[in-house]
Design a protein around this ligand. Structure first.
Ligand code: AMP
Length: 472
C-alpha cells in the first residue's frame, strides 16, 4: 500500500453520500466538479471515491459512461495534493488507446484545476518530442498508453520508481488489443509498495489473474454499465435494403433533427465512403478509424465535441473510449458481427443521465446478426419501418424473389424463411410500389406493428407510430 496519508475518512454512516463533499473530497475538488455541472456522484463514484481516499486498492467493474474516470481521478488528485512533491511521477494511469489517454488527461485538467498538480499524457502515433518535454517537466501524474510508455522507459526518459498510485484503466480492452504483456512489464517497473486501481468492464480469466497479482485486498465495485447505459437509450431497427441505407440515414438525420450523431460502419473503407457521401449531400461528416492520422482523428473529435461537426462515421475500434457528451443518436449503419459491440456502440448515447436514440439498419444479409443481438440483450428491438430497394431492380426477378410479402420482417426474421440457413434476401430485392400488403407478416408478440417505409416516403409520417421506450 502507498505511504500517502489518508484523506479524511469518508463521511460517517449518518451522512448521505449523495454529494461529493460527503464522500470526503476537499473544497477544491468539489468546486471543480460543480464547475463541470455535476450535481451528484454516479454510483461508481459513490462507492469508489471513499475507499480510494482511504488508500485501498480497488477493482472497478465498470466501463466508459459510468463516470469511472472521475471515480479514480478525483481521489488520486486529492491524495497527491496532500503529500509532498517528489519530483517524480507519483500516479501513473495506463489506458489502452490514445483517445482514452487524452480524455483522461483532459479530465485531470478539469477536475484538478484548483489543485495545482502537474500532469502529462503520452501516447503513440504522434512525434515523441513534445511528450519527452512534458515528461521532463516532472509531472506528478502521467497518463500513458502502454506502447509509448515502454518506449520512453526503455530510452530512460520515463522512470516509474516514484509511483505511489497505479491505475490500469479498461484492462479487458488492453487484453483484447494484445497489451497484456506490456501491462505486466509496466507493473513490474513500479514499486511494489503502492496503491493500485484496476478498471475492467469484464473479468475474463487473464484479467482475473492480473487482478490477483497486482491488487492487494481490493475493494470491489461492480457497476452493470452496459445495461444501465442502454436503459436510457430508445432503440429501434429499420429493415432496409442495402442500397437504401444511405438515403434512409440522410433522411433520418434530417427528419429526426439529430444533433450529434455517431454512425457505425463495419469497415474503414465504408466509413470513408459514407462520410464523403454524407458531406456531398450537405450533412457535414468525418470518418474516424485506425488508418486516419492522429491529427485527423483529433481534429474530427474536437469538431464533434465543439458541435461544428454533427456526424462522426466510425469503426468499432476507433470509437472505443470516445467520451463525448450529448450524443443524440447512434446509427448502426452496419450491424456489428459481435453482439457485445452493439451494446458498446449504443452506449455512446444516453450517457450521464441523458437520453438518446439508437437506430439500427438491418439488410437482408444481416438478419442473423440482428437475431444474435436480440438474444444477447434478451429483448426484441422494435421495428420502426421497412425500406425496400428502389425500382432499378428488374421487376420480374425482384417479384419472384419477393415471395409476395411485405411485412415488418419480424415474423420473417423468426419464421422458417431461413430454415436452410440462408439469409432472407427478399428485402433487398423487393420492388417498390404502393405499400399495400398489410399483415403479410405478423408482428411478434409484444412488438408494435412496424410500418413499411418506401423510398420517397416521409419517415416523419411513421414517427408518430414509432414505438419509443425500447429498453434493454
Ligand atoms: P466516464 O465513464 O468517466 O467516461 O464518464 C462519462 C461521462 O459522464 C463524462 O462525460 C463525464 O464528464 C460525465 N460525468 C462523470 N461524472 C458525472 C457526474 N457525477 N454527473 C454528471 N456527469 C458526470
Amino acid at each position: 500500500m502507498t505511504q500517502l496519508q489518508s484523506a479524511p475518512a469518508s463521511a460517517g454512516a449518518t451522512i448521505s453520500h449523495d454529494t461529493f463533499a460527503a464522500l470526503g473530497l476537499t473544497h477544491e475538488l468539489v468546486r471543480a466538479v460543480a464547475q463541470e455541472g455535476y450535481v451528484r456522484p454516479t454510483p461508481i463514484q459513490e462507492r469508489a471515491i471513499a475507499p480510494v481516499l482511504d488508500g485501498r486498492d480497488l477493482l472497478g467493474c465498470a466501463q466508459t459512461g459510468t463516470g469511472k474516470t472521475a471515480a479514480f481521478v478525483l481521489p488520486v488528485l486529492q491524495r497527491l495534493a496532500r503529500s509532498p512533491h517528489t519530483g517524480k511521477v507519483r500516479a501513473l494511469v495506463v489506458a489502452p488507446t490514445r483517445e482514452l489517454a487524452a480524455q483522461i488527461d483532459e479530465r485531470v485538467t478539469a477536475y484538478g484545476r484548483h489543485v495545482g498538480l502537474r500532469h502529462a499524457v503520452i501516447y503513440g502515433g504522434v512525434g515523441q518530442r513534445a511528450q519527452e518535454e512534458a515528461v521532463r517537466r516532472r509531472p506528478d501524474i502521467l497518463v500513458a498508453t502502454p506502447g509509448r510508455l515502454l518506449d520512453l522507459m526503455e530510452q530512460g526518459i520515463v522512470r516509474l520508481d516514484g509511483v505511489q498510485i497505479l491505475v490500469l484503466d479498461e484492462a479487458d480492452r488492453m487484453l483484447d488489443m494484445g497489451f497484456i504483456h506490456d501491462v505486466r512489464r509496466i507493473v513490474a517497473a513500479v514499486p511494489k509498495e503502492r496503491q493500485t486501481l484496476l478498471f475492467s468492464a469484464t473479468i475474463p480469466a487473464e484479467i482475473a489473474r492480473l487482478v490477483s497479482s497486482v491488487l492487494c485486498d481490493p475493494v470491489r465495485v461492480d457497476i452493470a454499465p452496459e445495461v444501465t447505459t442502454a436503459e436510457r437509450v430508445d432503440q429501434c431497427v429499420y429493415f432496409v435494403a442495402k442500397t437504401e441505407k444511405r438515403h434512409l440515414l440522410e433522411r433520418l438525420i434530417r427528419e429526426e433533427g439529430a444533433g450529434r450523431s455517431i454512425v457505425f460502419t463495419r469497415t474503414k473503407h465504408g466509413a470513408n465512403r459514407l462520410a464523403e457521401q454524407l458531406s456531398r449531400g450537405g450533412i457535414r461528416a468525418e470518418a474516424i478509424h485506425g488508418n486516419k492520422s492522429q491529427g485527423a482523428r483529433e481534429r474530427a473529435l474536437e469538431g464533434f465535441r465543439a458541435g461544428s461537426l454533427p456526424v462522426l462515421v466510425a469503426t468499432d475500434l476507433a470509437a472505443r473510449g470516445i467520451d463525448v457528451d450529448g450524443v443524440s443518436h447512434v446509427f448502426n449503419f452496419d450491424l456489428p458481427n459481435v453482439p457485445e459491440s452493439y451494446v458498446h456502440r449504443i452506449g455512446r448515447t444516453g450517457r450521464a443521465g441523458a437520453s438518446g436514440r439508437a437506430i439500427a439498419f438491418c439488410d437482408a444479409e444481416e438478419r442473423p446478426l440482428l437475431r444474435d443481438i436480440e438474444r444477447f440483450v434478451k429483448k426484441p428491438i422494435p421495428v420502426a419501418g421497412t425500406v425496400a430497394a428502389r425500382p432499378t431492380e428488374p421487376a420480374e426477378g425482384a417479384r419472384a424473389a419477393d415471395g409476395g410479402g411485405r411485412g415488418n420482417g419480424s415474423a420473417e426474421r423468426h419464421g422458417d424463411g431461413r430454415a436452410n440457413g440462408q439469409p432472407d434476401r427478399a428485402q433487398a430485392a423487393r420492388p417498390t410500389g404502393p405499400s399495400t400488403t398489410p399483415g403479410a407478416a405478423a408482428p411478434r408478440p409484444g412488438t408494435p406493428p412496424a410500418t413499411p417505409v418506401m423510398p420517397g416516403d416521409s419517415i416523419r409520417r411513421h414517427r408518430s407510430r414509432r414505438y419509443r421506450g425500447a429498453r434493454i
